[in-house]
Design a binder for this molecule. Structure first.
Ligand SMILES: [Zn+2]
Length: 95
């Protein structure tokens, strides 16, 4: 699906609809010593194998895309995700 690179969206700081620039969101590296990471490791690596809870056997083929949006007026950054599963989300400059 093609998504326009620049969109007029609401900005909390400006309290108005301003032009925003969209960027693809990339998740950062998971911290190895974070509590959640350690707990997950404990669940999956302890014991004699078996079957851990909440392990997906079939992975989802699509994702709901997330973007980082930046206000062109004040520079405030926030996130926006589209509530629709799609295989590919392409940012396209609106002509
Ligand atoms: Zn703003």
């Amino acid at each position: 699906m093609e998504i326009p690179k620049e969109q007029k969206l609401y900005c909390k700081k400006c309290n108005a609809h301003t032009l925003h620039k969209l960027k693809q969101f990339k998740p950062g590296k998971a911290r190895a010593m974070a509590w959640g990471t350690r707990e997950n490791e404990r669940k999956h690596k302890s014991g004699y194998g078996g079957k851990a809870e909440f392990t997906a056997t079939v992975k989802k083929q699509t994702k709901e895309p997330t973007f980082v949006i930046e206000c062109t007026v004040c520079g405030r950054k926030s996130y926006k995700n589209i509530q629709k599963r799609m295989k590919k989300a392409e940012l396209v400059a609106k002509s």
